[in-house]
Design a binder for this molecule. Structure first.
Ligand SMILES: [Zn+2]
Ligand SMILES: [Zn+2]
Length: 375
């Protein structure tokens, strides 16, 4: 069978499977993981669940020393009562099943120069239950001697037919921070008897906003966004507490450390002035995703070979979004996370977003090319 024909067949297989996927929330992908498990079994594989999770793993064992891993995330997002694949993870899941379809055939399995490990990963959207972290902690990647890993994501800002990637920083590191400012409450007419937690909060916000532009080397991206501010319950009471919560984004450890050092200093100076007592917490998130140049070069080569030179898009800038794909990069030497153009008018995480089936062929062909050419 020709490559063209199997890729077409596998695309149709993926599209059919995708129709059967029922969107489920992060860490609750019971039906989705069962569908994945059953499909892989029907294809003749020996898939398995990672204990106490809905992560499904499946090895294409061709008795080689090294293994190449490919990851697809499987969870959906909540919108009120509805659960919707507004991040396109059903597309990812179906595409990886399509790839499994190809390598279930001996004719194509014999082209592999390494073993493959398919990772159908639960809970990408909720950092707290990160499926990637669970896979890494279980030690499977070391056990299987995984030398490189690919991940991919649908991207509406690129048209169908395009594959986008870049070397080096691809996705940002991200953490959540919070400040709880405590002080004495008082009547609004006697502010001098209070610690003015609200003014302290306002000053803190000003200081935080200065950090990226004045305290970090301007050549290195750093972002601080405040998403929650809470204080007060009555117009004539200066409250005893003010609260602030937000997220930071960066591409290096040095920038991360500098952001948090400066945040601590900002809280200290506010406390000194107002006599408040500020608690500062960091809720650790994802590390940056840094793409390996040799894998990016390989992807570029196969995209141009199979899909044509116009299909490849070198991305000038990384994203300020974050991904738990970075978890894998803590233990796997080389990683590459790329974008699959799906076009459309709605952005990711919009309830009306739907990644078109038309782009599956391009994602699948890229992964196939990478799988048979990696050595
Ligand atoms: Zn998402
Ligand atoms: Zn996503």
């Amino acid at each position: 069978m020709s490559e063209k024909l199997i890729l077409k067949q596998a695309t149709n297989f993926a599209i059919e499977k995708r129709k059967q996927i029922i969107p489920e929330l992060s860490g609750k992908e019971e039906k989705t993981s069962k569908l994945i498990f059953d499909t892989l079994k029907e294809l003749g594989y020996k898939p398995y669940f990672l204990e106490n999770t809905y992560n499904v793993l499946c090895k294409v064992d061709v008795s080689k020393e090294k293994t190449l891993a490919i990851r697809a995330d499987i969870d959906a997002l909540p919108f009120g009562d509805k659960v919707i694949h507004a991040c396109g993870h059903d597309f990812h899941t179906a595409t990886l099943l399509g790839l499994a379809y190809i390598f279930s055939k001996e004719d194509f399995r014999k082209l592999l120069k390494t073993n493959l490990l398919f990772i159908f990963q639960s809970s990408e959207e909720v950092r707290k239950f990160s499926g990637a972290e669970a896979v890494v902690k279980a030690g499977i990647l070391e056990k299987e001697n995984v030398e490189a890993i690919f991940g991919f994501h649908v991207y509406p800002e690129l048209p169908v037919g395009k594959i986008g990637v870049r070397s080096g920083p691809m996705m940002a590191g991200s953490d959540v921070f919070e400040f709880i400012i405590k002080g004495q409450a008082s009547h609004a007419s006697r502010p001098h008897l209070s610690n003015e937690t609200i003014s302290a909060l306002a000053q803190l916000i000003t200081k935080l906003n200065i950090i990226p532009s004045r305290k970090i080397n301007p050549l290195y991206p750093a972002l601080i966004s405040i998403g929650i501010v809470q204080a007060g319950t009555a117009e004539n009471v200066i409250p005893d507490r003010a609260y602030l919560r937000g997220t930071v984004r960066y591409y290096s450890k040095e920038v991360r450390n500098s952001i948090f050092e400066n945040m601590k200093k900002a809280a200290k100076s506010v406390d000194e002035f107002f006599g408040t007592n500020t608690i500062f917490n960091i809720i650790q998130g994802n590390e940056p995703v840094i793409n390996d140049k040799s894998l990016v070069d390989l992807l570029k080569k196969v995209v141009i070979k199979y899909l044509g030179v116009e299909a490849f898009e070198y991305l000038e800038y990384p994203s300020m979004g974050s991904e738990d794909f970075s978890e894998y990069l803590k233990v796997v030497k080389k990683g590459c996370y790329f974008r699959v153009g799906v076009g459309g008018k709605y952005p990711l995480h919009n309830p009306l977003f739907k990644a078109t089936d038309n782009a599956i062929y391009y994602a699948l062909t890229s992964l196939y090319g990478v799988a048979i050419n990696y050595e």
